[in-house]
Each structure stands twice: as C-alpha cells, then as structure tokens.
Design a protein around this ligand. Structure first.
Ligand SMILES: [Zn+2]
Ligand SMILES: [Zn+2]
Ligand SMILES: [Zn+2]
Length: 127
C-alpha cells in the first residue's frame, strides 16, 4: 500500500463520521493533493476497505462521503445526518440483510449494493 492509501485508511478507521474528500484536503496528517486523495479513496472503496454515498445538504452542498468498511466482517454502517448542525450519527451495522433477501426472492434480481442514509433534525437541535 502506498503512503497516501495507508494514511487515508487510518483516518477513515479513526473517524467517527463519514468524511468527504474536500474535508480531508485540510488534514495535516494528509500532505497530499486533492487528486491523490480522490484517487486513493476510490481505490480503497474498490478494494472493499471503504464505502461511500452522495449527500446533499445546505452547509456542504453535494459531496461524496467515505467511511471505513471492515473487509473481513463485510459489515457496513448506516448514518443519520442532521440538517441543522450537520453532524452524522452512526446507526450501527446494516440491519437490512433479511429485507434484501426478501426483495431478491420477490423480484428475482440479485442485489450487489445499496445506499441508505437518513436526514432530519437531531435531538439536541430539536431542544
Ligand atoms: Zn443537529
Ligand atoms: Zn450537512
Ligand atoms: Zn446496509
């Protein structure tokens, strides 16, 4: 693995929230240009170490967010994004495997991937 890949993987592992490439551009631990960061995030996702989704919000516009994915466990997480304070809340590992199987049976297709996230107002912004 190249230096950039290792550094990015470490950062994704430690991050409690999904991160976008533009957020990572300002990280002191990542002294790489934007193109290198994009390319390596894409690589990590292709190799099954990361996953991404595209989210639009008023604060950050349309961005692709990356989060760590354990290759051995194969478990990915789902997220809630607050439209007011723009933090992500980790909803834990995917709980939709049973539903997927049902849909595969019902429609006869084979699911290779899915993206799912929630947006709304978090508890502390509500009060
Ligand atoms: Zn909030
Ligand atoms: Zn936001
Ligand atoms: Zn899922």
């Amino acid at each position: 693995m190249t230096k950039a890949r290792k550094a990015l993987l470490e950062l994704l592992k430690e991050s409690k929230e999904p991160v976008s490439a533009s957020m990572l551009g300002g990280e002191p631990s990542l002294p790489f240009d934007q193109a290198t960061i994009y390319r390596n995030l894409h690589y990590l996702e292709e190799q099954g170490f990361a996953e991404s989704f595209i989210l639009h919000c008023t604060e950050h516009g349309t961005e692709r967010y990356y989060s760590y994915r354990s290759r051995s466990e194969g478990v990915h997480h789902h997220w809630f994004h607050c439209e007011k304070c723009h933090t992500f809340i980790d909803l834990g590992g995917c709980a939709y495997q049973e539903q997927m199987k049902e849909w595969e049976k019902q429609y006869g297709f084979t699911i290779s991937d899915h993206t799912f996230f929630l947006t709304g107002i978090c508890a502390s912004c509500k009060s």
